[in-house]
Write a protein that binds this ligand. Structure first.
Ligand SMILES: NC(=O)c1ccc[n+]([C@@H]2O[C@H](COP(=O)([O-])OP(=O)(O)OC[C@H]3O[C@@H](n4cnc5c(N)ncnc54)[C@H](OP(=O)(O)O)[C@@H]3O)[C@@H](O)[C@H]2O)c1
Length: 340
């Protein structure tokens, strides 16, 4: 029997911050799943900074969202119906998939991944055990090649990726972990629960000055989530053969003009630095190591995370706006069912 589903459409390309008139919530009638397909009722939607880039009509590593079509993104849900010829999935299974920004989705069963809800709650597969977790792990250990004893600096350290980078750095033997975040509540969390050595509130004083104070001898690794002033400060602090993993540049995602570049690139030459951009999608090879390490840390109570949750499909655009202006601590999520 056909079911209805509300989905967020992009109806206009945003100029700067996303405003209400850029998006519309549209009711769809979904057909029964066909051969190989399943119907999934989403319970959690992921809210991620990269979605802002997809709202622009710009060439990138992933296609822009089409206008007047449902947007997509990470989601977790429960299988409600299974079409013919689907193997390995049953009604009631919890699955991870890529058709978020909507209440329900019909999609090929092979485009879903069943998740182990005994190991962790379903939404953890959108965070610590999912894409942000792998991003943190591969970016720090493979891209920046962090070694035991390194001094590591992490920006957006109270966010989904950054909060995991801080902890993985500590667990893998960094001698110091320096995290920056916006505001005293976030920096207190970094100190109290994530075990960083120094937490810098970048809104309280220039990040360059604060970094110099806590790391007068410099840093070995920088995990860049922010770009802008943080990247310039880190380039100034990286010592001989220092490495930076360039993960994102969230400070510029709502920018309407190209942001200024770092003014100190000559330091790359002087200190033989390596700055390397990466995409998590290129690091599937790290997934088995990541899952083994994470499962161990979870079992031993060595890793923690937070979630910032908004309620209901209607809250998704506000959750997204809030994410880009620092309204989240840890992973930003939309919960579609109160008891999930
Ligand atoms: N390369 C990849 O494959 C990949 C994969 C996943 C994510 N990423 C990138 O990783 C970064 C973090 O993603 P996430 O999902 O973990 O998001 P997140 O850190 O949970 O949320 C974004 C955070 O950015 C911070 N922020 C916003 N404007 C800022 C500014 N002007 N200066 C400093 N901080 C600012 C806010 O925290 P404050 O309150 O601290 O400002 C906000 O909480 C993003 O750049 C994202 O694009 C890349």
């Amino acid at each position: 029997m056909p079911v209805t589903s509300a989905a967020w459409h992009l109806v206009r390309r945003p100029n700067g911050e996303v405003v209400d008139d850029d998006v519309a919530l549209v009711e769809h009638e979904l057909d029964d799943p066909g051969p190989g397909e399943v119907l999934v009722r989403n319970t959690w939607l992921s809210v991620d900074p990269y979605m802002r880039g997809r709202m622009n009509d710009a060439k990138s590593y992933v296609a822009p969202f089409a206008l007047d079509e449902p947007m997509d993104g990470g989601a977790v849900g429960v299988v409600e119906q299974v079409g013919p010829d689907v193997e390995g999935l049953a009604v009631g299974d919890t699955v991870l998939h890529g058709l978020g920004w909507r209440e329900r989705a019909v999609l090929p069963g092979r485009r879903t991944q069943r998740v182990d809800v005994e190991l962790a709650p379903p939404q953890a597969y959108l965070g610590a055990l999912g894409m942000p977790g792998l991003t943190a792990y591969a970016g720090l250990l493979d891209v920046a090649a962090m070694q035991e004893g390194d001094v590591v600096f992490v920006s957006a350290a109270a966010g989904a990726v950054g909060s995991l980078v801080c902890q993985i750095a500590r667990l893998k033997g960094a001698s110091q972990v320096i995290g920056s975040a916006g505001g005293p509540a976030k920096t207190q969390w970094l100190l109290d629960e994530l075990g960083v050595t120094h937490a810098l509130d970048y809104k309280a004083a220039p990040i360059r000055q604060q970094l110099r104070e806590v790391a007068p001898e410099g840093i070995d690794v920088y995990f860049d989530n922010v770009g802008g002033d943080h990247l310039e400060a880190a380039i100034g602090a990286l010592r001989l053969h220092g490495r930076a993993a360039l993960c994102g540049a969230v400070s510029a995602y709502n920018a309407t003009e190209p942001p200024p570049g770092p003014r100190n690139l000559v330091r790359l030459v002087q200190n033989r630095l390596t700055l390397r951009g990466f995409l998590v999608g290129d690091h599937a090879d790290a997934r088995p190591r990541f899952l083994t390490d994470m499962a161990g840390w979870l079992a031993e109570g060595k890793i923690t995370w937070r979630e910032t949750v908004t309620e209901g499909i209607g809250s998704a655009p506000e959750a997204f706006r809030s994410l880009l202006s620092g309204g989240n601590t840890g992973k930003m999520l939309v919960r579609l069912e109160p008891d999930s």
